[in-house]
Each structure stands twice: as structure tokens, then as C-alpha cells.
Design a protein around this ligand. Structure first.
Ligand SMILES: [Cu+2]
Length: 179
């Protein structure tokens, strides 16, 4: 193999690594971000949300204190409150979200989430958004989060462990139910 073909192969490998980055868990120090996806409701949505799991392999608790992204004017951590008469509200988690030592924190539909406010346009299926998560101890972790408008609340991700076998049914039923 000539040097030239070797360097081309190396370049191709680098490109592959970049394009697959969205499906691999983001690792930084002792934290793992996994099962991340983002959503918004319709092309003209002004808000969107992202969900993921943070696992802490270290012996020290950490705290997600800030979220940044270029896709929105503002990104915040929100918790969900059940108000009276079945009304659901949201609260800005100004104190951040604790990720216990040796444990995890889960952001999911109907629960704690990252809220994007002031979107230029609604998220499109397959779009990948770049988000920076800022942790008290681990510092900044950049994650690429794929938009998944087809996923239902509580459902496992397509790339999680192969347990989700009803992908076709999912696609047809959710076409008229973007939210
Ligand atoms: Cu919210």
C-alpha cells in the first residue's frame, strides 16, 4: 500500500467516525450521555425539547448546571409540575440536575427535559442538533442529538438494544401525531 492510499484510507476512517458520532454515547471523564433524542411539534414550532440519560461512573456526584445550543435563543433545564385540574406546568431547574455518584439522571417525556426556546424553525426528522451540556465537575460535554419525531413517550430508542421491533407500526401511527 502506498503512502497516498494509506492517507486516503485514514481520511475516510476519520469521516466515518464523525458521521457515526450521533449514535454513540458521548463519553467525557466519568459521565456517559446515552439514548439522546430531540423533538419539536411541527415546522413552525418555537420550542423544542431534548431527552437523554446521564450515567455517572465516578464516586462523586455531579450536577448538570447549564445547557447551550445554537438552535435556540435559550436552552434551559425544566422539570414538570402537575398543577390543579390535570394542568401540567414546567419549571426552570435553576439549581440544576444532580447526577448521583455511581448512578444516573434521566430526562424523559413528561419529566425533566432540556427545553429549547426561540427556535428559528421546527426540528426535522433526522436533523442532528449540537448541544453543550455543562456539568459542575466534568465541565462541558458536547453532544450531537438526533431529532426523533416518531418516538413515543416511554419507548426505547431504535438504537438502544434491538428490542424495539415495531418500527413500521410506529411510523404509520405517529404520522398524524407529531407531538
Ligand atoms: Cu419545558
Amino acid at each position: 500500500m502506498s503512502f497516498r492510499s494509506f492517507s486516503l484510507a485514514a481520511a475516510a476512517a476519520t469521516t466515518l467516525a464523525v458521521s457515526f458520532a450521533t449514535t454513540l454515547p458521548a463519553l467525557a471523564a466519568d459521565l456517559t450521555i446515552s439514548d439522546a433524542y430531540a423533538r419539536s411539534a411541527g415546522a413552525f414550532a418555537k420550542t423544542g425539547a431534548a431527552y437523554f440519560q446521564v450515567s455517572n461512573q465516578s464516586g462523586t456526584a455531579d450536577r448538570l448546571i447549564e445547557v447551550r445550543s445554537d438552535v435556540a435563543k435559550l436552552a434551559q433545564l425544566h422539570s414538570v409540575l402537575n398543577l390543579e385540574n390535570g394542568v401540567v406546568g414546567m419549571r426552570h431547574l435553576k439549581e440544576g440536575l444532580v447526577v448521583p455518584a455511581g448512578g444516573s439522571a434521566v430526562l424523559k417525556r413528561g419529566g425533566t427535559h432540556v427545553m429549547f426556546m426561540g427556535l428559528a424553525s421546527g426540528f426535522e426528522q433526522g436533523q442532528v442538533i449540537s448541544v453543550t451540556l455543562v456539568f459542575e465537575n466534568a465541565g462541558e460535554i458536547d453532544v450531537d442529538i438526533a431529532v426523533d419525531l416518531l418516538r413515543k413517550p416511554g419507548e426505547a430508542g431504535m438504537n438502544m438494544d434491538g428490542m424495539n421491533m415495531n418500527g413500521m407500526e410506529m411510523g404509520t401511527t405517529s404520522a398524524s401525531d407529531p407531538g
